[in-house]
Design a protein around this ligand. Structure first.
Ligand code: BTN
Length: 265
């Protein structure tokens, strides 16, 4: 029996939504049987001022899209296709393509007992075959991120042999396990895992921003000594690891690792 002929059981999103009522992501789930792409609906929500953590889930996508302009085959009833609306800082945004596949890998481990790996940048694979694709789209205004949408497609129950047109090696969780997998459990697990990682990142982002605000050193003329060596210039910025970027009088920039220097302001 082909996928199209199998009797599709609709996703029971109410229970998932109820279990995530107090979670940052998934407290509101918009469920639609057919869409062009869940990315489009999430984008509409964002443009109407929708709150962070709204999730759009569909049974089927008629124009599912992947990275690099590829299409994402989205046949009905067997898999998970969903998008999450986020309002991240630039710092958090730049780490979403790390956070999302890790959340998916953890969710698969916990719900299925399978141990996925990540193919750079963010394909989640089992035994070298793709089981999940992730697409992160963003709306920018000047240097700021207005919103980001994390789109996740997981092959839960599909039979990879029914899509010979998809040339890259793919598999599904059910095919690997040899038994059905609950789409509801998996959706809940992904949203829970991503909520935890996302809140940690936001917390770190807050601390990072505050640290830079409090750094009295930035913008000042300073002298830095370590051992016999001395550098003078303007403390221009700090990089992601907390190293100090010093602009020398000749205009060149030098990176000074924290812990090696003493400042004489
Ligand atoms: C890729 O591997 O190229 C990324 C695939 C992302 C597919 C998901 S399915 C849910 C969301 N809606 C889409 O149209 N794409 C993403």
């Amino acid at each position: 029996m082909s996928e199209g002929e199998k009797k599709a059981v609709p996703l029971a999103v109410e229970a998932v939504e109820a279990s995530l009522a107090n979670a940052p992501l998934g407290h509101r789930i918009i469920y639609l049987p057919v869409v062009t792409s869940t990315m489009d609906i999430a984008r509409q929500e964002a443009e109407q001022g929708g709150e962070e953590g709204i999730v759009v889930v569909a049974e089927e996508q008629t124009a599912g899209r992947g990275r690099l302009g590829r299409r994402w085959v989205s046949s009905p009833g067997q898999n998970l296709y969903f998008s999450i609306l986020l309002y991240p800082s630039r710092w958090v945004y730049s780490r979403l393509s790390v956070a999302v596949p890790v959340a998916v890998a953890r969710a698969i481990r916990h719900t299925c007992g399978l141990y996925p790996e990540i193919k750079w940048p963010n394909d989640v694979r089992l035994g070298g075959k793709k089981v999940c694709g992730i697409l992160i789209e963003t709306a920018l205004q000047d240097a700021e991120v207005r919103y980001a949408i994390a789109g996740i497609g997981i092959n839960v129950g599909s039979n990879p042999e029914e899509h010979p047109d998809v040339t890259a090696p793919t598999t599904s969780l059910a095919a690997e396990l040899g038994k059905p997998v609950s789409r509801e459990d998996l959706l809940q697990a992904v949203l829970t895992e991503l909520s935890v990682i996302y809140m940690h990142m936001r917390g770190w982002g807050d601390a990072w921003g505050e640290w830079q605000t409090l750094l009295e050193t930035l913008g000042r003329e300073i002298q830095v000594r370590w051992g016999e060596q001395v550098e003078e210039g303007v403390a221009e910025a700090v990089d992601g690891e907390g190293n100090l970027l010093l602009r020398r009088p000749d205009g060149t920039l030098v990176t000074l690792a924290a812990g090696e220097v003493t400042l004489q302001i």
